[in-house]
Design a protein around this ligand. Structure first.
Ligand SMILES: Nc1ncnc2c1ncn2[C@@H]1O[C@H](COP(=O)(O)OP(=O)(O)OP(=O)(O)O)[C@@H](O)[C@H]1O
Ligand SMILES: [Mg+2]
Length: 253
């Protein structure tokens, strides 16, 4: 079987420590995949490697059948990315930025303009078409970043915390649009700490902790009837949470 995303022993070391450690992923096309893990687990580092932002220390990966080391340009044409740190050209307006990105992906001018108009309307940015991006709020920048990731109709979307900072209305729109992309055959690979959203959207999940995969498979296989947050805590933290709180906020102090 040819996987949409496949990695073997994918590793990234910083200062002699493997922050992503021998990661072996296998993700079928058309999967809505949640990549979960606590802060510092290695999620963003993995996305950066799979999208060519940083080079792995060792290991290999194939994206849509293309080798990550040898065919990065072919891969970049076919994927869309919402990175952890937004990198928008802030001295442009949203329509200028999206049309530019569309043209960079080789869309004919009229197609880029039409898709820009539609994305801006659907993502609720139509009241800010004359505003420079540097004046956008956090949630508006996140929505624009998703628009830019989708304008060329990519086969895989890599989304690092796409719901962080967006309001409930935009969150619903984003869910609808992502579902639509998946039904069309796209693979969605997302990280999120909002487990209710993951539970609602994802068919498959993996959990990474201290750079190592603890679980990979169908969502039901992980949760087994329990809530996802409980399954997550059990796996990552052996069910432990801090019960003590802050000493100076305790009763009688
Ligand atoms: N450029 C870097 N130099 C050194 N260490 C790094 C660098 N980037 C990430 N790390 C370390 O790698 C580990 C994994 O970081 P990463 O950003 O991938 O975590 P994450 O799972 O995305 O966490 P979060 O949920 O907080 O976004 C962390 O311990 C982090 O400190
Ligand atoms: Mg991260």
């Amino acid at each position: 079987m040819e996987y949409s995303i496949e990695s073997h022993g994918l590793t990234k070391a910083y200062n002699g420590r493997n922050v992503v450690d021998e990661l072996c992923l296998r993700i079928e096309r058309g999967t809505f995949y949640g990549f979960l893990g606590p802060n510092g687990a290695g999620k963003s580092t993995t996305i950066k490697m799979l999208t060519g932002i940083i080079a792995p220390t060792s290991g290999s990966a194939r994206i849509l059948g293309y080798d990550l080391k040898r065919n990065m340009l072919a891969i970049k044409k076919r994927i869309g990315v919402v990175p952890e740190e937004q990198c928008l050209f802030e001295n442009l307006t949203a329509p200028e930025y999206l049309t530019f990105i569309g043209r960079m992906y080789g869309l004919p001018r009229q197609v880029a303009l039409n898709r820009t108009r539609e994305l801006i309307e659907v993502m609720g940015l139509d009241n800010a078409v004359d505003t420079l991006i540097l004046e956008f709020s956090t949630g508006m920048k996140k929505r624009l970043s998703l628009c830019a990731a989708m304008i060329h109709d990519p086969e895989i979307l890599f989304l690092d915390e796409p719901f962080e900072g967006v309001d409930a209305i935009a969150s619903r729109t984003i869910r609808t649009v992502l579902e639509q992309a998946r039904k069309r055959g796209a693979t969605i690979f997302l990280t999120s700490h909002i487990l209710e959203v993951v539970e609602r959207l994802c068919t498959h999940v993996s959990i990474i902790h201290e750079g190592k995969l603890l679980f990979q498979g169908a969502l039901e296989g992980l949760a087994q009837g329990a809530r996802l947050d409980e399954a997550f805590l059990n796996l990552v933290n052996n069910g432990k949470t801090a019960e003590t709180g802050l000493s100076w906020l305790g009763a009688g102090n």
